[in-house]
Design a protein around this ligand. Structure first.
Ligand code: ADP
Length: 709
């Protein structure tokens, strides 16, 4: 929540900027590209008009030319004094020729004329009695047109039902007397069909309007022969534009059926108008889809950029928080380490100055406490670094649950007693006696929880450790373990942070109670490895319950290791007062003098004799020359010249020395991780004890190798 609020605050300006930048980009590119697309559409419309105009004009001009030839021939016949029968013959032959396949006028319906007062029909049609050519439009039109060709208004042919037009022209003799009129009827269907089929961008239709503004071709058949000025929608306005000669290109208008449309119109040579109409939505379809594509693209880019911005910012904030919490952790660590170091240095110098043996004992006791505390802090840090490196592993073995509980009780019991707290342990009846898991790690969790309970509960308070089984079968089960106290408790907000590394509920707590803030984080990781969950039930001032589950195996007595002391810290061992290893001889390879002194002094009561080598090479030489003498080798790992691993390998390879394969070699090193122990075993050592040396642990191992084997 806090980080979200911070993020919004930190980013809103950038996000707004990105949004506006992209919006501008989308709008500008939409504007430019849509202008280009519109221009393209206009060009496409004009191109369609050009093609249609050319095709229609060519067709009509060809008819005009052919018709001119016919009238010319008739005038020639007048010059040659041909009579009407001969002219009729010519008209009949021409009419028939136009019906053949080689016809230059395939759309010609018939050729006819009115010459010297006689109606001559090339098709053989015999007019009814009341038929009077001088009253026909073709006759009147041609008479009024002088020498020019007259184009009649289109009409629907009664025979074919298609659109027709008549071409007619006066014919003269040589001295210029008008002798009659020749006409042809032309079927316009091919042209009107062609025009009606015109489209732009695969949509729309074409129209043909004659010079009297009547539709000759329209996809709506009902409109044919209708005056454009009387058609619905925006046609009257278009008609007015055509009349006044205003260009019509990509003109928006409402079609007679109400469709929002775009119109293109051209006037051709004979005064007719051709047009192409397209619905507006289709015309601008590309522009619209372009707008949609650009908006989607812009939004995706904008969102991605905002996401990257916010992510980067969030990472930065998080790393700031982390580094803040790490540096406060470092400050706390420094405090946690310096405090016992201060005690160690102070107490040892007091002991040096004192002659009073009781006082010296007291100082040394406090020094020991401080050193143990320091070791705990160091172990926590090492554990944590191991966890961070993903190297924490469990080593599972069978052990009695009771021995775990006593081990934990021994560690925390005296602190609980010190604060006079009431400590109860309860284990449900169905909990198995022998379980299989990592005893040390489970002990570590319990010790941590109980130490916290002890630390954060005032004197005389109550602390309880409850163990119960929540599920399981014969071979495994899930234990639920709870540590409850009635101490200071933890607020809800603080609870959320507790299982995270480097976090203490409240920094002021560390100042009051001390602690690294790592204990619960480490415990949580171990619980994860045990396939369990951990949670807290607490309220400020009302005590706390730390609960966790762990999946463990169920074992029986046969699963317990031969010497259970081997796996333990040796809590039940006690310093021997008797020389239990009298007559035994050990070789200690150790380069640091003080470490040699400590081991010799610690084991002095046991009766064992220890020879020292200062490095691996020396240890090998001493073993070769006195192998019979030695019963055990303590081997440090990091040594000059030849290290402990190499020295072990060399000893094991001394095939001429009988004991070389069997002599127990125990690593004695501050490298305490599992992989360090594995490395020692791989080099040929038998066992491992960690530094700082715990006497009980060393004694347990020595007993195992010197007495029991
Ligand atoms: P530390 O080593 O500092 O005790 P932990 O991870 O074990 O580290 O605990 C982290 C913090 O959790 C403590 O500093 C304390 O603030 C809080 N805490 C842990 N246990 C308890 C408890 N039983 N009662 C109240 N606060 C607790």
């Amino acid at each position: 929540m806090k980080i979200t609020r911070k993020l919004i605050k930190a980013n809103y300006q950038q996000v707004l900027f990105v949004f506006l930048a992209f919006l501008t980009m989308v709008l500008v590119s939409y504007f430019y590209v849509s202008t280009i697309v519109q221009r393209q559409m206009l060009a496409l419309g004009e191109e369609t008009m050009n093609t249609t105009q050319t095709a229609v004009s060519a067709s009509l001009s060809e008819t005009e030319l052919t018709f001119s030839n016919v009238t010319q021939n008739i005038e020639n016949m007048f010059a040659m004094d041909r009579n009407n029968d001969e002219i009729l013959y010519y008209l009949t032959t021409t009419n028939n020729f136009f019906k053949t396949e080689r016809s230059p006028l395939p759309d010609c319906l018939k050729v006819y004329g009115y010459v010297r007062g006689e109606f001559l029909d090339g098709s053989g049609w015999i007019p009814p009695d009341d038929y009077s050519p001088p009253e026909r439009p073709w006759y009147i039109g041609a008479e009024q047109s002088g020498h020019a060709i007259f184009f009649s208004e289109p009409y629907i042919d009664a025979d074919t039902g298609g659109m027709c037009i008549s071409f007619s022209q006066q014919v003269f003799d040589q001295i210029g007397n008008a002798l009659g009129i020749i006409a042809i009827d032309l079927n316009l269907t091919r042209i009107t069909d062609y025009i009606a089929g015109q489209q732009i961008a695969n949509d729309g239709y074409g129209v043909l309007v004659d010079d009297a503004m009547r539709f000759t071709s329209h996809r709506d058949f009902a409109l044919i022969t209708t005056d454009m000025r009387l058609a619905g929608g925006g046609y009257p306005e278009l008609a007015e534009m055509l009349r006044t000669g205003r260009p019509i290109a990509a003109e928006r208008f409402i079609d007679s059926d109400g469709t929002d449309s775009i119109a293109f119109f051209r006037t051709i040579f004979n005064g007719w108008h051709i047009g192409v109409i397209i619905p507006r939505a289709s015309y601008y379809e590309q522009v619209y889809s372009l707008g949609i594509v650009l908006s989607i693209l812009g939004s995706v880019l904008m969102l991605s950029l905002c996401y990257i911005l916010v992510r980067t910012r969030a990472d930065q904030l998080r790393s700031d928080e982390e580094s803040k919490s790490k540096s406060s952790f470092l400050a706390r660590m420094s405090h946690e380490m310096r405090t016992p170091m201060n005690a160690i240095i102070g107490m040892t110098s007091l002991a040096q100055k004192s002659n009073n043996i009781d006082k010296i004992q007291e100082y040394l006791g406090k020094t020991n406490d401080a050193a143990n505390h320091l070791l705990g802090v160091i172990n926590d840090v090492l554990d944590m670094s191991k966890i961070e490196a993903g190297k924490l592993e469990l080593s599972n073995a069978a052990f009695p649950l009771q021995s775990l509980l006593s081990q934990v009780q021994t560690v925390v019991g005296f602190k609980i007693d010190e604060k006079k707290q009431h400590f109860t342990v309860s284990v449900a009846d169905d909990v198995p006696n022998i379980i299989i898991t990592d005893q040390q790690r489970l002990a570590q969790i319990l010790t941590n929880l109980l130490s916290n309970a002890n630390k954060f509960t005032p004197e005389g308070g109550d602390i309880a450790l409850n163990v119960r089984k929540i599920e399981g079968d014969a071979s495994q089960c899930v234990l639920q373990i709870e540590v409850a106290d009635n101490g200071i408790g933890i607020s809800k907000e603080q609870q959320a942070r507790l299982f995270k590394s480097f976090e203490q509920a409240d920094n002021s707590i560390s100042r009051k109670y001390g602690g690294t803030g790592l204990g619960l984080a480490i415990s949580k990781k171990i619980i994860d490895l045990m396939q369990g969950n951990a949670w807290i039930e607490s309220e400020l001032g009302a005590g706390a319950r730390f609960i966790f589950t762990a999946a463990v195996g169920i074992g029986d007595v046969g699963d317990l290791p031969e010497s259970s002391v081997l796996s333990g810290t040796g809590a039940d061992e006690s310093t021997p007062s008797a020389p239990i290893f009298a007559g035994k001889h050990a070789l200690l390879a150790e380069d640091v003098e003080i470490n040699r002194e400590i081991l010799i002094a610690l084991l002095s009561d046991t009766g064992i004799v220890i020879d020292c080598a200062e490095n691996g090479r020396q240890a090998c030489e001493m073993f070769r020359s006195g192998a019979d003498l030695y019963d055990l080798i303590f081997m440090d790992v990091h040594m000059p010249e030849v290290d402990g691993y190499e020295a072990t390998r060399r000893i094991r390879a001394m095939s001429d020395v009988p004991k070389s394969k069997d002599i127990p070699i125990i690593a004695m090193t501050a490298n305490v991780f599992k992989e360090d122990i594995d490395k020692c075993l791989a080099a040929g050592m038998n066992d491992h004890v960690g530094k700082p040396i715990e006497l009980n642990n060393v004694l347990a191992k020595m007993k195992h190798y010197l007495l029991y084997q």
